[in-house]
Design a protein around this ligand. Structure first.
Ligand SMILES: *[C@@H]1O[C@H](CO)[C@@H](O)[C@H](O)[C@H]1NC(C)=O
Ligand SMILES: *[C@@H]1O[C@H](CO)[C@@H](O)[C@H](O)[C@H]1NC(C)=O
Ligand SMILES: *[C@@H]1O[C@H](CO)[C@@H](O)[C@H](O)[C@H]1NC(C)=O
Ligand SMILES: *[C@@H]1O[C@H](CO)[C@@H](O)[C@H](O)[C@H]1NC(C)=O
Length: 203
């Protein structure tokens, strides 16, 4: 049996509140005291931490480059208790790209990784030029009805305020086999909370 839940957050809150007192005790969110469903139907926000972009552009000859950009961050889902019983589930997101010149164009989804027992699937893309980070996630709550778990799907986006620093260096005395030039960009880590633009639940 499948039933589609299409109510608004407000109409679902009583249901979620009821789940709270349920003796099942599954999916207890670590420190809010609310269960997985109540947290998901409530004022849900992801916690994004340590967002870092960096890149190195290295020319090994005046004509030949080897360049990489990296994105790394973590996403906490406050509804999902970590499988190890300690705090909320954290997904680790990382991507590398050698597509010049911006590396990240917002056109390629990357997967984040989390413990399989956390039962969440997280993807993101990033556009370096506009600083737009987009996130999608689905997760499962079985604290209301373990037989018919609720699957949440949410998407959100944020324009990051990155403070980056670029250092360039050119070998004044280059000979074959040396590095001709390098440009290293590093950005200060960013932490923020992100509210989904849309969230839906299917049980
Ligand atoms: C950039 O990030 C990658 C991946 O986290 C790391 O291995 C590398 O050392 C960093 N480079 C710089 C220049 O910070
Ligand atoms: C992300 O995960 C999906 C589903 O497991 C897989 O099909 C896809 O190839 C993965 N993408 C990358 C970039 O690894
Ligand atoms: C997020 O989901 C939307 C809607 O399904 C999709 O169009 C978009 O490509 C997804 N983005 C990522 C980064 O997975
Ligand atoms: C460049 O190389 C020459 C010859 O080896 C040397 O005399 C000179 O000091 C070097 N210059 C610099 C800036 O390293």
């Amino acid at each position: 049996m499948f039933h589609q839940i299409a109510q608004t957050v407000a109409t679902l809150l009583p249901l979620a509140a009821m789940a709270n007192g349920s003796p099942l005790g599954l999916d207890k969110s670590a420190d809010s005291g609310l269960g997985c469903s109540a947290t998901s139907f409530g004022v849900f926000k992801w916690g994004i931490s340590n967002f870092v972009f960096n890149s190195t552009v290295i020319y090994t000859t005046p004509a030949h480059q080897n360049s990489w950009g990296y994105v790394n961050f973590e996403v906490e889902n406050p509804a999902v208790a970590a499988g190890n019983g300690r705090g909320h589930s954290e997904a680790v997101c990382s991507a590398s790209s050698n597509r010049l010149n911006d590396f990240f164009y917002g056109d390629m989804p990357y997967n984040c990784t989390s413990a399989p027992s956390d039962r969440r699937t997280t993807t993101f893309d990033f556009n370096l030029d506009s600083r737009l980070l987009r996130l999608n996630e689905s997760w499962v709550c079985s604290d209301v009805d373990p037989e018919y778990p609720t699957i949440f799907t949410a998407g959100g986006a944020v324009t990051l305020n990155l403070e980056c620093n670029t250092k360039s260096w050119t070998n004044p005395n280059w000979t074959m086999g040396d590095i001709y030039s390098s440009t290293i960009t590093t950005c200060q880590p960013v932490d923020l909370s992100l509210s989904p633009d849309q969230i839906s639940a299917v049980a």
